[in-house]
Design a binder for this molecule. Structure first.
Ligand code: SF4
Length: 334
């Protein structure tokens, strides 16, 4: 079960005595965040706002909502990163899942050994970070050498985001396979794409594990196909995402210049939520490049190609007649 670190919320409120606070976090935690807000509001008798907009990651904190509401503290729940605070307003609150991996880890260790996997790396997303050492000990007891990749920037050791993979990427030449702790195809498929190694997703709830490379291959093919389709675009819309942690105007202008040099007409667009529905009204635009979250185009359905930054760089290379293979085998898809 997921446990929000409410102790830290209380100690922060007691110490800073805010006049009002706001809470936000991923959709999966919405119910728990609502309960927490109600308890805080009753206990401290101050306005407590639940921010109802999406918060996909630590790149998507809804800071302008907190500023518009005039709250003193914004608690962002469930996006554990290597930093505890962002500026004066945002306090990052852990939400860890205490589910037990013992059964599935032992099963996975025994069965993968039969397939000659001897050196593995464990990776996960924020909610299972506390389980990593315990799972490491289980694999080691079955004779594995276990690598825990070093964190970097916002990432803790063994942690990956959907667009940032340092702990996995840096060990890719040293291990036979990756084991992802948790139920996220979103994260585990990207590890398979980036490392091109066998990658297994270990699900503690259903006590089963599965190889994720076929799904990853489909995702990668879709990304390549979008680049190829965008080649013939006469007009390309470059979308600057307005979420504070995804704002990349300089990058957008650099890509604009590179595409114009290749004869493309460019329309600059700024928006917060990039959806197929929002893009349908841009009828004169043949393809889009968005410099916000690199997973928007690969993990959602769009009628026209919507490229991320690595895909856009690949497109530019194709237009210049340069080799462009392996554009997703990088540490950070930005
Ligand atoms: S994958 Fe997208 S939502 Fe997740 S951290 Fe990266 S930019 Fe943010």
């Amino acid at each position: 079960m997921i446990q929000i670190d409410e102790k830290r919320i209380h100690s922060t409120i007691n110490e800073r005595k805010p006049r009002s606070v706001a809470l936000d976090g991923p959709d999966g935690l919405s119910k728990k965040i609502q309960n927490c807000a109600q308890k805080l509001s009753e206990e401290y008798q101050i306005p407590v706002y639940v921010i109802g907009d999406t918060s996909w990651g630590s790149c998507d904190l809804n800071l302008h909502a907190a500023e518009t509401l005039g709250v003193d503290i914004l608690f962002n729940i469930g996006h554990t990163i290597a930093m505890e605070k962002f500026g004066d307003k945002v306090v990052m609150i852990d939400a860890f899942d205490d589910v037990d991996f013992s059964e599935i880890a032992s099963k996975c260790a025994i069965e993968l050994k039969k397939k000659n996997f001897n050196k593995i790396s464990l990776v996960t997303n924020s909610q299972y970070l506390p389980s990593v050492q315990k799972v490491k000990a289980i694999f080691e007891s079955h004779g594995y050498e276990v690598v825990i990749g070093r964190g970097k920037g916002h990432l803790n050791d063994a942690q990956v985001f959907g667009c940032e993979f340092y702990p996995a990427y840096d060990s890719k030449n040293d291990v036979d396979a990756y084991i992802f702790l948790g139920q996220s195809i979103f994260h585990s498929a990207s590890i398979a794409i980036v490392t091109q190694k066998p990658t297994f997703m270990m699900d503690p709830y259903f006590s089963e594990y599965s190889e994720i490379n076929d799904i990853a291959q489909k995702l990668e093919k879709k990304a390549i196909l979008s680049v190829l389709k965008a080649q013939d675009a006469k007009t390309i819309g470059i979308i600057i995402g307005l979420k504070e942690g995804q704002f990349a105007k300089i990058k957008a202008l650099e890509i604009k210049k590179m595409l114009e040099d290749q004869g493309k007409r460019i329309m600059l667009i700024a928006m917060t939520e990039i959806t197929d529905e929002r893009l349908l009204s841009y009828q004169d635009v043949d393809a889009f490049v968005q410099v916000a979250c690199p997973r928007i185009g690969t993990d959602n359905h769009f009628h026209k190609p919507v490229l991320s930054v690595p895909q856009a760089i690949s497109l530019i290379k194709i237009l210049k007649g340069e080799p462009q293979e392996g554009f997703l085998q990088i540490k950070h898809w930005l």
